[in-house]
Design a binder for this molecule. Sequence first.
Ligand SMILES: [Zn+2]
Length: 714
Amino acid sequence: MKRFGILLSLLVAVLTCTLPAAQLSTIDNFQEAAARTNRVLAIPDFERTPDALMSSVTDGIMRGNSALDQIGSRNLDQVTFENTVAALENLRAESSIIANRAAMIAETHPDSLMRAAGESARKKLEEWTVSLDYREDVFKAIKAFASKKQRLSSEDARLLATTIRDFRRAGIELPPNEREQIEKLRSELSKVGAEFESNLLAAKAPLVFSKAELDGMPEDFFSSPGIRINNDRYQVLADVIWQFNLVEDCAHNEATRKRVYVAHDSLAKEKNVPLINQMLELRNQIALKLGYKSWADYQAEVRMAKTAANAEAYIDNLVSGIQPKFEAELNEFQKTKAADTGDPSAKINIWDWRYYTNQLNKQRFAVDKEAMRDFFPFEQTLDGMFSIFGRVFGLRFDQIESPYKWANDLRLYVVSNAGTGAPLGLVYLDLFPREGKTVRGGEFEIVSGRVFPTNKYQAPVAAVVLDMPPPSRDKPSLLNHADVEVLFHEFGHALHCILTRAKYSRLAGTHVPVDFVEAPSQMLQNWIWDKRVLDAFAADYSDHSRKIPGDIIKKMNDARFATAGMFYRRQFAFASADLALHGPHPTNEPYDCAAISNRIFEHTFLPIDPGTSFISSFRGLNGYDAGYYGYAWADAIAADMATVFEKAKDGYLDKQAGMKLRHEIYEPGDSRDVNISIEKFLGRKQSVQPFLKKIGVGAQKKNKAPVESSQKAK
Ligand SMILES: [Zn+2]
């Protein structure tokens, strides 16, 4: 991963209009224009040493505590919205800016000492933030204000309600001894969670195979570092995800696929199964003490789903909705396997689905993914994305000089309103892999949009962190189609952050329910499957007149959802298991997480090996717990929202639809209920039908014999 390239090869420089660093303008040129619209555009002051970072944290906590003391010591007759709710929000916003810088440093800084300092700064601030939940004096002042029942603007009322809700959810209203118990359970839970993660990091599963047993694997694999041990012995690490996926995708030998799958789905089994049971027990106790029926209900309260029952019903409906497509795909896989093995009753097991998906894609769709890279040189793709987003959302993007860069390839852009030229915010772009950079595609909020107590608006700052292939000696950075999808997706999050107009950081931009936050970005992924969009920027880097042939785009689209039944039934199995584990549970009954989750997996997806326990390495369980359903939930909203563009005059390039998305989704953030925002954007109630149609369910339903027709299709 340690690869630094020359940023701009000659060829790329010819093709793009990116200016060399010396000619870039500085932020000064934009600050004045921002000030004219009452916006404060500032480059974040990233700490450059571990000491500087730690003193930012100490100072931040000190300032925060003194602000808390001020709120807490208010005479209850003199409480106002500003000196209680808004003051608390302000101090939280200030501390989150330090925490955001720390997180960025922890995950991307090239210096390991800085990364470690970032990690401990983040932890310290997290602990401090939890302690805010138990400031009785502050809560008392806020409640005193609430009891005045003053008329508030809808955004202020929403902040007040959210603030009180969060205190209540932490248990502040409980008698002191019960509250102490909850605090204790919370801290035990975070310890168990940390142990779960470290067991996973330590879990290794090396397996040795002969070359014959690995028949079907690409030649590159055998020459990859660490694979060949000696003459005919090759080591596969089932715990390394790319090796696991490659074997499951390519190995012809079923016994090989099964061995690797069993090893992978048994990772950390001995240690993590009892830990998960303990985790579930702790969560259940916390939820019950706080007056919820289950942890899933506790988590759902602050999400779009609102209750666990809604989330369950949603997933159950999708499970049955997709049944015909799933069956059709399964049937086709079985026929292929029967032909392969000569066994007419061959069954598809969990270690077969990736292999037969891959076989089908290769035979039926024959798209050469590697050859596609020629159409996506990085600079041209980035400029293309900027010009598309510029056109659709009425924006412009200008690269400026970043006064401090912790990595050479870090770039900084000003995002402005195209019409007025008014700067809105900043976005960092961190492109290529390097030592110590763990993020492989993500967006970070560095500074959130909000109104300062001075009434000026704080311009948001986001960072898009990517893992794009670096340029080589003779070629520019060439992306594959999946890389382009990641770029559009992550930049979508950055737009959500920067285009916000919310008054409070707590309700700004991406601070929406977790079962919605992915939807706007997932929707943008559709753009790069559209011929018109692709033709607008994708062109061969060595012959700019060569566009992606139309039949290739069609084949890519045909392949995209050909095995969606398999893909989504597996997703739904994870979601159902996650919800079941966090559902109502009698307090004195021990948990058996492996049995519950294995049973659901077999029922909803495919036969497994009973000795395995996929749950022991299921990362979603720690942090996104009772929330896995959110991926499918957001997927359906994304498909629904995409229909607005699909029906628009100019399709995915339609400016009117784009501006509607900007005004109804990006700008409000969470300052109003996202259900309202979605309905305003759609101009109607939400529907799950576009999602089902997109993944091919609608078409299947119409057929009398879905299995037969699916085989003839495409
Ligand atoms: Zn995302």
